[in-house]
Write a protein that binds this ligand. Structure first.
Ligand code: PEP
Ligand code: MG
Length: 601
């Protein structure tokens, strides 16, 4: 990788482009343009006698690359970004990939560089055939990693980008490791020509709180190193060489934004109580124990969703009872006296694990053998987890939550499994908690419609809007082509949420909401107005959502919910909600999780 361009052409005119607002905030500084050139790969044949040496050279390069990523990872604060780098390290241990390179060296007698490039191209081609965001992201991961391994083989150590602090980095694309390194360099912002909101570099930038706009077509041809650039990660705009008063206006906006951010962060530990006295619990969603401190740092009152399925991913052996016990014990001790809600493993469909054998390929995995259905089929694995959780509950307020329930029978089967795990512990004479609250996720239309029936059997309910929206509106939650139909304020969704909240209230069962809607400031009033009193969200969203709650009354939230319930389309509902929230909380909306507030406007 090398830097292109000299001091910016001062005479070039103002230039503005838009892209995807990937990480909010406003960054202003001189451009630092990076021109990523593919590494030149020597295609050399080797003699059979040196094949072992060549394999060793390859292994050493892999080790060095893993080490590089470890160093970068070690310098970062905890957060989602670390999980991405960890996944990349796992890819570097993939036995299929390593085996393929070794075959190319030993059998086809290719030099290590050529073998690595060939194996990476093969994986890339295979992923190319899969038309899916998840695989597209793996494809760029593999190319970035191959590039690093090749640089290690070639002894090229020039790949680390070193922009001056305060600059705005402009690149075609950035690997997660590059982005992590930029955080250390204290850059003011990032602009890339490639990528979308869910690309790994975008997630990294969000997690590291670097303002970023991605998918800005043609930006490399328009900006030179040294040009002054404004990155508006709120609106998804990039302005090169701003003119006249414009620069001052953007600087003011940046300062307002930063001051607001500081205020919200300062108050993160205050409880969320509305001006008229309604207490709303704000909890965090957590996937990895590595991120355990995040919820604490952002003032979360417990964990409303611990996605335990991540314990079954990127590893070679199943987690057993003892590991579940130890993990759960550690998390509940950290969050006590607040509760931690462990969702039993929600594997399958968008969260596959190679550790749990599927009987056959599925044509429609979102509706197939997944989540609780899979757990009930793999009963021993499920019981292992349940025993571990029941034992850990001796040490603090742990709750168990069953995912993707679609009928009372399914819920009963899940509850029976919990009872069986309890009996097993009793027979074995092990210590366990007998009073662990068990709840159900409301993620299917049938569960929402029959919430009153489910509520009679459980201690709490939690609405998973990510799936509830997908299943109710028949819109794949990960498919860009139908993204325009994914409407959280669709009348059907509003009615279902209201119905679940009412069923919970009738049965005196608390109702929480733990889908992405909970993290989006646009929806805070509507959700609480509909009767939700617990929200669980990505940790970094907690301070802003709490701030909104503290600045509102429950009465005005109920009023807006009533207005929205009377609409006939999501568009109308969006207009009402946006107008109200923009007027009262303009700064908070800019901090919104999920889609940029402007997108709906
Ligand atoms: C949901 O579906 O809203 C949810 C919280 O679960 P996940 O996103 O893990 O499917
Ligand atoms: Mg779900």
């Amino acid at each position: 990788m090398s830097e292109a361009g000299s001091e910016g052409a001062r005479t070039a005119p103002r230039h503005e482009r838009s892209g995807v607002a990937a990480s909010s905030g406003i960054g202003i500084g001189p451009a630092y343009v990076i021109d990523r050139r593919r590494v030149h790969v020597p295609r050399t044949k080797i003699e059979r006698e040196v094949a072992d040496d060549e394999v060793r050279r390859f292994q050493e390069a892999m080790r060095a690359t893993r080490q590089q990523i470890e160093v970068i990872k070690g310098r970062l604060p905890h957060g989602e970004h670390r999980a991405i780098l960890k996944a990349q390290q796992m890819m570097l241990r993939d036995p299929d990939l390593i085996g393929r390179v070794e075959v190319l060296i030993r059998e086809e007698l290719r030099g290590a560089e050529w073998a690595v490039a060939t194996a990476a191209d093969e994986v890339h081609e295979m992923l190319d055939r899969a038309d899916d965001d998840y695989f597209r992201e793996r494809r760029s991961d593999i190319m970035f990693l191959a590039e690093r391994v090749l640089q290690a083989l070639l002894g090229d150590h020039t790949h680390e980008i070193t922009p001056p602090a305060g600059s705005v980095v402009i690149a075609h694309d950035l690997s997660p490791a590059d982005t992590a390194h930029l955080h250390r360099c204290q850059v003011a912002g990032i602009v890339t020509a490639a990528g979308g909101k869910t690309s790994h570099s975008a997630i990294m930038a969000r997690s590291l709180q670097i303002p970023a706009v991605v998918g800005v077509d043609g930006i490399l041809g328009e900006v030179m190193t040294g040009d002054l650039v404004v990155v508006d990660g709120v609106r998804g705009q990039v302005i090169a060489r701003p003119e006249g008063e414009e620069l001052g206006e953007h600087e003011e906006e940046r300062d307002r934004y930063d001051a607001f951010e500081q205020r919200v962060q300062r108050e993160h530990a205050f409880p969320a109580i509305t001006e008229d006295g309604l207490r709303v619990m704000s909890r965090a969603n957590l996937s990895l124990t590595e991120d355990i401190e995040l919820g604490i740092r952002y003032g979360a009152e417990g964990i409303g969703l611990y996605r335990s399925e991540y314990m079954y991913m990127n590893r070679d052996a199943l987690p057993r009872e003892e590991e579940h016990y130890r993990t759960a014990k550690m998390v509940i001790r950290r969050y006590a006296p607040y509760p931690v809600i462990f969702r039993t493993f929600d594997l399958g469909s968008d969260k596959p694990s190679k550790l749990i054998p599927f009987s056959k390929p599925e044509a429609n995995p979102a509706m197939g053998l997944r989540s609780l259905r899979l757990a009930l089929r793999q009963r021993e694995i499920f019981l292992d987890q349940l025993r571990g959780l029941l034992r850990a509950a001796v040490h603090g307020p742990l709750r168990i939550m069953l995912p993707l329930v679609s009928s009372l029978e399914e819920l009963d089967a899940g509850l029976e499994a919990v009872a069986e795990a309890r009996d097993q512990l009793e027979s074995a004479g092990m210590a366990y908690a007998n009073d662990v609250p068990v709840g159900v996720m409301i993620e299917t239309p049938s569960a929402a419609i029959c919430a009153d029936l489910l509520a009679a059997r459980v201690d709490f309910m939690s609405i998973g809007t990510n799936d509830l929206i997908q299943y109710t509106l028949a819109v794949d939650r990960d498919n860009d082509d139908v993204d325009y139909l994914y409407q959280p304020l669709h009348p059907a969704i509003l009615r279902l949420i209201k119905g679940v909240a009412e069923a919970g209230a009738r049965h005196k069962v608390p109702v929480s909401l733990c889908g992405e809607m909970a993290a989006d400031p646009r929806f805070t009033w509507v959700l609480i107005g509909l009767g939700i009193t617990e929200l669980s969200m990505s940790p970094s969203a907690v301070p802003v959502i709490k701030h909104i709650i503290r600045g509102s009354t429950a009465a005005e939230m109920r009023a807006i919910a009533a207005q929205v319930l009377a609409t006939t389309t999501a568009r109308e509902a969006n207009e009402i909600v946006l107008a109200a929230m923009r007027e009262r909380f303009p700064e908070h909306l800019k901090h919104g999780g999920g889609r940029s507030a402007e997108e709906e406007g």
